[in-house]
Ligand binder design. Structure first.
Ligand code: AGV
Ligand code: CA
Length: 314
């Protein structure tokens, strides 16, 4: 009944919603996951590699290769955010799952991406739910891989809304995935790849609500609904505070691969402020020719129903 599965290469940065995105990808029939790369941005790579392997084990997909990046961005994530997802590996449903705690392979994310893209039989969708540095470094090192990419889908940016960076000497206008390495982001916009971004403008519409968690918990005899509920529960301390609401940032972006029809898309010319108090701010740049497809809105009910359906049907 369905289309052939889309080959997808996934780079995430180990946040809780990055893992919920990985789980969703692993459950999607529309997707053939070619490999997973971890950017050590909103995580520590060792923890994130463990969690990644555990999720592959739980979905019987340990054959999927995983690598980590060595590149560290310009503006580091807060250490407490980076350490937080460590608790995922201690959850009762995760702690005894075999995780390949062998030392990370010598090949890093950049060479991994080059190898996977060069070897792909069909053009690949590259999904990024952390900073874009590894992909940009791969494209700079081996420009021929550009032809192997059908679309880059990236959670990043804040165009007509406030950003989510709250740090010393910053004006708050940037989104974190761009802020970590504004230079790579600016380079990505210049490369002229088919690029779709899901910025805060859109993810702001889809918070992780108690109502969603309650409905999900009512179906927790479904293992992955139960597991996902546990994952989201670890973010709850961030929910009540005004600035730190947890959103479906990466999960929404991942859903774009399966339900693009739920999104409103606009072509916008964009640039990135490279440094200073607005470093990482994504700005409209008419006349620059740096066209990016931007998801500016989403049918919320359609999205929440889709997510609920995927997590409860296995
Ligand atoms: O800016 C959103 C990105 C997404 O890729 N990340 C979290 C998502 O994985 C950074 C981020 C912003 N606010 C955060 C973040 C918070 N309160 N806790 C952890 N990470
Ligand atoms: Ca992320």
């Amino acid at each position: 009944t369905s289309q052939p599965a889309k080959p997808v290469l996934f780079d995430h940065d180990g946040g809780v919603d990055d893992f919920l995105s990985l789980l969703l990808l692993l459950l999607l029939d529309e997707v053939e996951l070619l490999g997973v790369s971890v950017t050590p941005a909103d995580c520590y790579a060792e923890n994130a590699l463990d969690t990644t392997h555990k999720l592959l084990a739980l979905t019987n997909k340990l054959h999927i290769e995983v690598r980590a990046g060595n590149f560290h961005g310009i503006n580091a994530f807060p250490a407490d955010w980076r350490a937080k997802p460590k608790m995922l590996n201690a959850l009762p449903d995760m702690i005894n799952v075999e995780s390949h705690s062998t030392p990370p392979a010598a090949e890093d994310s950049v060479d991994f991406m080059i190898r996977k893209l060069s070897a792909a039989e069909a053009p690949v969708t590259v999904l990024l739910t952390g900073p874009c540095s590894n992909l940009v470094l791969a494209l700079q090192k081996q420009p021929s891989i550009k032809a192997r990419i059908t679309e880059v889908v990236w959670m990043g940016g804040a165009i007509d809304v406030t950003g989510n960076v709250r740090t010393y000497n910053h004006d708050g206008s940037a989104e974190w995935n761009v802020f970590w390495d504004p230079v790579a982001a600016s380079e990505l916009f210049k490369l002229g790849l088919p690029l779709t971004i899901v910025p805060l403008d859109t993810t702001n519409h889809v918070p992780v609500t108690f109502q969603f968690l309650k409905t999900l918990a009512a179906q927790s005899s479904a293992f992955f609904a139960h597991l996902a509920g546990q994952f989201w529960a670890t973010t709850i301390d961030t929910i009540p505070a005004y600035d730190y609401t947890y959103f479906m940032w990466d999960v929404l972006t991942t859903s774009y691969l399966a339900i693009p029809e739920a999104f409103t898309l606009e072509q916008i010319e964009l640039d990135v402020v490279p440094k200073g108090p607005s470093a990482g701010k994504t700005v409209r740049a008419p006349g620059s020719g740096q066209w990016v497809q931007v998801a500016t809105d989403v049918d919320k009910d359609f999205f929440y129903n889709f997510l609920f359906e995927k997590l409860t049907s296995t």
